[in-house]
Design a protein around this ligand. Sequence first.
Ligand code: FAD
Length: 88
Amino acid sequence: MPNTGFLKGLVELRPDGYVAVRDEIFTSVPGLFAAGDVADPIYRQLATSVGAGTRAAMVAEKYLVELENPQSEAAQDPSPVVEAWLSE
Ligand SMILES: Cc1cc2nc3c(=O)[nH]c(=O)nc-3n(C[C@H](O)[C@H](O)[C@H](O)COP(=O)(O)OP(=O)(O)OC[C@H]3O[C@@H](n4cnc5c(N)ncnc54)[C@H](O)[C@@H]3O)c2cc1C
């Protein structure tokens, strides 16, 4: 069982405690990505975790770049996570 208690209320979790994702890395919160064992109840292997982590890092970078464009979809609909990040 993954250690996800601290994420309750911030992002959707599955009943078994894993972070709920679609397409491996996308959580219920835009700009918040999950990768590896925390979101993978099936494979739970080093190679699959590294692959998901690579995808999540690349998508996160793209997301942050898009935020710098005020016309982008990401900037138009900031999630609570992004709002917290922008207010720092
Ligand atoms: C005994 C054992 C043998 C294995 N053998 C193999 C194998 O032969 N081949 C293979 O491919 N896979 C193997 N695995 C699986 C592999 O280790 C995992 O799939 C891989 O480590 C998952 O990587 P991860 O980054 O998703 O998670 P993890 O490696 O578990 O990393 C998660 C990190 O988050 C930290 N963390 C947790 N909660 C918090 C928190 N609240 N705040 C901050 N940090 C936190 C943890 O301390 C940990 O450092 C094995 C696993 C185990 C337990």
